[in-house]
Each structure stands twice: as C-alpha cells, then as structure tokens.
Write a protein that binds this ligand. Structure first.
Ligand code: NCD
Ligand code: ZN
Ligand code: ZN
Length: 444
C-alpha cells in the first residue's frame, strides 16, 4: 500500500495544470492518476480542489550557522522555509568561518544534518587564497560563490586575476560559479563619500550604490567567464542595465536570479522602511522594477531566489552606515507571488518554473523541481483564495521581522511536503528531518 495519497488536487505541471491525484511511496511520486483510480493508502490528504505546486527551491539563503546563530540557525531558517512552501534551500558560504575549505564545508554539513527541516545543499566560497581547495573540490556542492565587493561577512575575492584563475579551475571541473556582482572600487569610492556626508539616511545609502556598481561588475564577469569557459549564475540582478547586458549576452551557461524585494519594493519604500530597507544590492527605481518583471516573463532572468539574509532588530536599528544589510524572505516569497496570480503579472506555471523547475536545472539538483513520476514528493498545497496579513509575530525566522509586515496578501501555502513528509501543516512545523540533495552529472 502506498504511504500517501493526495486527492482532489489541481497539479501544476511544467506545461499544464491537471485535475488529478498523487500516489506517493518511499518519498517519491509513484503515480499521477485521475481521482477515481487512486488506490487505498496509509494516509489520504484531501487538497479540497486547491493547487499543488512542486516545492520551491530557494537557491540563495543565508542560514547563518556556523557563527551567527543569534540571527538565524538551521532549525529556525528551515522552519521558515517550510512555512513558505520552500522544500529545498541552498545555503551561502559567508558564515563565520566562511565555507572556503573542504574542512569548513564538512563542519557545516555536521551542523545542518540534525537540524534541517527541509532538504538542502551548499554553496562553497571563493577567496583570494583557496585555489588549492577549489582544485580538490568534489562535485557535491551547488556552486562556488564569488563576492566581488563588501557585503555581509568578510568573504571577498577582489582581484580579477585570481577570479579568472579560479573560474578556469571550475570550468575544468564543470562546477557552476555564482556571483555577487558589484564593482568593488565603485562601491568603496561612493561609500567613502557617504561617510563624509552629514547625517546620511537610508535613501542616501541606496543612492550612493548606484546601478553602475552592479552592471560594471556583471559586464566584467560575463567576459571573464566566457574567456575561462565556465558557467556563471548572477545572484540578485537588480537593474535595467544588468538585464540589458544579460539579454545581449545570453548564452548556454549564463543564468541569473532576482529577489522578491527587488520585485516588490523600490526606492519609494525606503522612507517608510528606514534602515530595514538596507540591502546589497540596494532597492532600485520603479523603472528598474518594471524591467525586472519583464525579464522574468521573457526568460532573460531565470530564477526568483530570496537572498534570505536575516539580521536582528538591534542590528538594523543602528545608524545607516553601521546597520547590517540584508532582509529575510523565505516566508513571504510564495504568498507575494501567489498574490499576483490572476492579475496578468505571473501565472502559476511561470511561478513554478521560476521557483522550482529552473533552479533544479541550473543547479543540477537530482529528482526535484517538478511534479513528475519518479521525482521526490516535494510539494506545496496552496490556497489561492486565502487572505491574510504578513505579521512579524507569526514568522519562524529568528530575526522576527519582515519588510512586508502588514501587507495583506491573497494566496498562501497550506501544507508543505518534503519527500512525502508533512513539514508544514497550517501553521505547525513537523518533526521530520531534511536531507542533503544530490546532483546530476554534467553528462546526464
Ligand atoms: C547578505 C547577508 O546578509 O549575508 N546581505 C545582503 O545585503 N544581501 C549578503 C549578500 O548576499 O550580499
Ligand atoms: Zn549578495
Ligand atoms: Zn546573499
């Protein structure tokens, strides 16, 4: 007898939506069949006619352990993921210590394993002096991340020769490079100017880190990666200039992501959010925002990823220069997007491609990212009619705040399954554990 049957569902497949049920055995989708043909099972869940999406894959999160567990840890961060319909997270390497050696990677694995509520993978960090570690890397990481300029953490690789050498190592191994593309010299130059300004504000912070910081770095990396022959994925694309460069230079192996905060917030929100708006790259103009929306629909940008970057209230409340940069996003990503469905901005099929299908393809995640027979039963049941407010008090993230606090949204996840285990059930987190993902080989 199968372990689980989900009946009365509308399944969001990659090219169509079908009314059908799911038969789940040993954590995998065994069969997609019409409701009358569903077998008996140990457990039957009635989706009540709601939509079922493939669980979201968030390729850009900062779960903060080791080193900054006051901001977030692997339990709270992955609980936030489960509550947001996110069934796989890829964790960034700017922890303390940073994940820049085989040893620190294995230490992080040991931290995550007994805590994670959803499935997970790791990005490795490039630094100025870890070429030998990169040469020793096995193909069991999501990517190697290149931080081009100052942001949270001390992880940086701000030397083009080293970047080029490291990209060549990755090209040989077939490992993906991911990047925080902001030009270090430009960022530093205007940051110094900002420091000289009297009483700088959160609006100034965004103005002193203009679009060209991002587009110059992206342009340089497009060239370096092409010369090195490596695949490259651009994190948090935020400007129309970057979108234009990507459109003109789109080739096999060049991909990118956009954050929900750049899709749903602009400079116009900074006054009301104050230092909570501080993030790298910063919030941009309405015009940039419009271009980003067009880019996700036309396929110039491939993925929506949160850049979930929790910081404590007291760290955000400092003066704008000392305040931490980054905002949480795991619990609001899906409701924000579901709230758009039916308005002509995004369809469920597009949403699912941007948050599950494409992430799985780009990061070569085995058996995930779609509702397909044989794939992991990573699923989220969503109610498109449910209306609720984002409330700081109800969040699972340890930082306890969201830039979207008070936003009334229509469309919420009800139940989240990771490999058939119910990890989120209408407000309650389950007690099963997530597992580290595996990767398909390049040839597959
Ligand atoms: C991120 C963080 O806090 O780790 N901060 C941010 O402003 N986005 C780091 C990063 O992704 O740049
Ligand atoms: Zn970044
Ligand atoms: Zn980040």
């Amino acid at each position: 007898m199968p372990d689980l049957v989900i009946k009365n569902a509308r399944l969001v497949l990659s090219d169509k939506i079908v009314q059908a049920g799911l038969v789940i055995e040993e954590g995998r989708i065994k069969q997609i069949v019409s409701d009358p043909k569903l077998p008996q099972a140990d457990r039957v869940i009635d989706a009540h006619g709601n939509y079922v999406l493939p669980g979201l894959i968030d390729v850009h999160v900062h779960l903060r352990e080791p080193g900054s567990s006051s901001k977030e840890d692997w339990i709270t961060g992955t609980s936030a993921a489960a509550a947001g319909g996110v069934t796989t997270v890829l964790d960034m390497p700017n922890t303390q210590p940073p994940t820049t050696t085989i040893q620190t990677l294995s230490d992080k694995r040991a931290i995550a394993k007994p805590k994670a509520k959803v499935d997970y993978g790791f990005h490795f960090g490039a630094s100025l002096d870890n070429l030998d570690e990169l040469r020793r890397l096995e193909d069991d990481i999501a990517s190697v991340k290149f931080y081009m300029s100052v942001t949270t953490g001390n992880l940086r690789v701000d030397n083009d020769a080293v970047i080029y050498e490291e990209l060549k190592i990755l090209a040989k191994k077939g490992i993906l490079a991911t990047t925080h593309a902001e030009n270090r010299d430009m960022v530093q130059y205007w940051l110094e100017k900002l420091k000289q300004k009297e009483n700088p504000t959160a609006v100034d912070y965004a103005d002193y880190r203009p679009n060209i910081c991002a587009s110059t770095a992206l342009n340089q990396l497009l060239y370096l990666s092409r010369k090195a022959g490596s695949r490259i994925h651009f994190c948090h694309v935020s400007t129309r200039e970057e979108v234009n460069l990507l459109r003109k230079n789109k080739r096999e192996g060049v991909t990118s992501e956009v954050t929900p905060h750049n899709l749903f917030l602009t400079k116009e929100n900074i006054k009301e959010l104050g230092n909570y708006s501080k993030v790298n790259p910063p919030l941009r103009s309405k015009q940039d925002q419009g271009t980003l929306w067009k880019a996700i629909r036309s396929g110039v940008i491939d993925v929506i990823a949160t850049d979930h970057a929790p910081h404590l209230l007291e760290e955000k409340e400092k003066d704008i220069l000392s305040a931490s940069s980054g905002m949480p996003g795991l619990e609001t990503l899906l409701p924000l997007l579901l709230n758009e469905v039916g308005k002509g901005t995004i369809s469920l099929i597009e949403l699912s491609k941007l948050t599950a299908g494409s992430p799985a393809k780009i990061f070569r995640i085995r058996g995930k990212g779609a509702i397909v027979e044989g794939y992991d039963a990573d699923l989220v049941i969503v109610d498109l009619k449910k209306e609720a407010k984002v409330e700081n008090e109800k969040l699972f993230t340890k930082c306890g705040w969201s830039p979207f606090d008070g936003w009334k949204l229509r469309g919420w996840p009800l139940k989240t399954f990771v490999r058939g285990n119910l990890v989120f059930d209408e407000g309650v987190i389950g007690d099963t554990l997530g597992k580290e993902i595996t990767y398909t080989k390049n040839e597959e």
